[in-house]
Design a protein around this ligand. Structure first.
Ligand code: FE
Length: 265
């Protein structure tokens, strides 16, 4: 044996198996991460995922992409788990819902809000490429992934076992590029250079899903994503012809999110 790990930090164990429907070898997102507490939370109106990550030892926690309407639910869970919420971090300035960051700051003493310096929004921490958000022994590293908006980032867990891709890369999809500084070429390059360069078994956790999917992997998206597996030219054509309706909350959500959810910072 002699394999007793003395490594600090996280170890996400992924089990491979052959899917009985497709016969394809795939990954089971069975987390055996040591020392990390992880919860995926859902807000149904905007189909938004928020993610709670905490160090099991120090109890320090980070909440990614909180939603205004679910602040009380999230705080209840944080309290039940005995966590100390240190940072609330947004992957970008959202157009479809109001962030819970401002309200959380009013309710949690010492909590800091964080967003990209390129988002144009105000927050306690304005991060950029290569910065890290620490919680106990763990950290999230910032990779800038613009294209959906100029201030979009992907948060990568220190051991590269998980990536929180915001609206850059979705499961079998990607964020739209037809408003808020959207640029399909930028998005294509961000996904290929900054996300697809992560290990194949790195778990992909997006900001939204509209079909009930919860998690993917880099390898899975490289193979099956119907948009980003195309050439840049084809991708641009797809993105230019989506003809999506404007998000119903955009006129309220964007101005609010530029000031941390309209609540005082
Ligand atoms: Fe978005």
């Amino acid at each position: 044996m002699g394999m007793r790990s003395t490594a600090r930090g996280l170890k996400a164990a992924l089990t491979t198996f052959n899917c009985r429907y497709t016969g394809l070898r795939t990954y089971c997102a069975r987390m055996e991460t040591k020392g990390l507490l992880f919860r995926q939370l859902f807000e149904h109106e905007s189909s938004t995922y928020s993610y709670l990550l905490a160090d099991a030892e120090s109890r320090e926690a980070v909440l990614i992409d909180p939603v205004l309407e679910t602040v009380d639910r999230d705080l209840k869970l944080i309290e039940e788990l005995g966590l100390k919420l240190k940072v609330t971090a947004n992957t970008h300035c959202h157009a479809d819902h109001i962030t819970g960051s401002g309200l959380l700051k009013q309710k949690v003493f010492g909590l800091k809000s964080a967003i990209s310096v390129h988002s144009g929004a105000s927050a306690d921490i304005l991060f950029s490429e290569g910065d890290s958000i620490k919680f106990g022994r763990h950290k999230l590293l910032v990779r800038e992934t613009p294209g959906h908006t100029d201030g979009c980032v992907t948060f990568v867990l220190g051991d590269q076992s998980m990536a929180f891709t915001g609206d850059a890369l979705l499961i079998r999809g990607c964020g739209r590029t037809d408003f808020q500084q959207g640029c399909s070429k930028k998005l294509y390059e961000s996904i290929h250079q900054k996300i697809f360069s992560l290990p194949g078994n790195c778990l992909i956790y997006p900001a939204h899903d509209y079909k009930g999917q919860t998690v993917s992997t880099v390898d899975e998206e490289k193979k099956f994503n119907p948009r980003v597996t195309k050439s840049l030219e084809e991708f641009t054509k797809i993105m230019d012809n989506l003809n999506l309706p404007k998000p119903t909350k955009i006129d309220v959500a964007v101005p609010a999110n530029l000031v941390c959810g309209l609540h005082e910072i």
